[in-house]
Design a protein around this ligand. Structure first.
Ligand code: G3P
Length: 217
């Protein structure tokens, strides 16, 4: 499973890229606003830091303008994935861009039937939002299970990119289902490394080692 970080904060991206475990980045207009940075500049900087796909979202709602925006975003770097919303105009734009060789991440997906249409439109990635389902007492992961089944039934190449991840269990369940990618906020990625028994065990090992009076170097 690939790990993308869901942020436009360049310092978080640099820190997590240094682990060697980061496979890409997703942004959206809200994350760009939160970064306080110029959109085109911060996306270009992110593309320099991370070799994997970097999602940059269009903001037009009509196909013609969305296509112009997507073509402009795709020119920023070779690893740009143009993000379009799961609407009729978004999928029309997706089809044109992917046929031209541009990666497209179809976002704001909330149903398996929407994901089916995105795959037919040639989406590189589909971004079903799980957390926003959970926020209204729906089972977001059930949608991921349905998409996985449908995509496998028809051998679709579109990669399931689980988004709106709120906690490590979303990552665990995504891996159990066989999602291709999870995009995870920086603070949730940091939680994935942590376990109290690891901390306690390491402390005990180092205490015992210190008492041997030895050193390796
Ligand atoms: O990439 C989509 C993701 O940022 C949405 O997350 O927490 O706003 O539902 P959230």
């Amino acid at each position: 499973m690939k790990f993308f970080v869901d942020t436009a904060d360049i310092s978080d991206i640099r820190e997590l890229a240094a682990t060697g475990l980061l496979d890409g980045v997703t942004t959206n207009p809200s994350l760009i606003k939160k970064s306080g940075r110029d959109f085109m500049e911060v996306i270009a900087e992110i593309c320099d830091v991370v070799d994997g796909p970097v999602s940059a979202e269009t903001v037009a709602t009509d196909h013609a303008t969305m296509l112009k925006e997507g073509r402009k975003l795709a020119k920023i770097a070779k690893n740009i994935a143009v993000k379009v919303p799961l609407t009729v105009d978004g999928l029309k734009t997706c089809k044109v861009l992917t046929e031209a060789g541009t990666m497209v991440n179809v976002t704001l997906c909330f149903s398996a039937t929407q994901a089916l249409l995105a795959a037919k439109a040639g989406a590189t990635f589909i971004s079903p939002f799980v957390g926003r389902h959970d926020d209204i007492s729906q089972d977001g992961m059930a949608v991921i299970e349905d998409i996985r089944l449908i995509y496998d039934n028809y051998d679709f190449a579109t990669e399931i990119l689980v988004a709106s991840v709120r906690h490590p269990v979303h990552v665990l369940e995504s891996a159990r289902i066989g999602a291709d990618v999870v995009t995870v906020p920086p603070e949730v990625i940091r939680k994935l490394f942590k376990h109290p028994l690891t901390d306690r065990g390491l402390e005990a090992f180092l205490k015992d080692w210190d008492e041997t009076g030895q050193s390796i170097l």
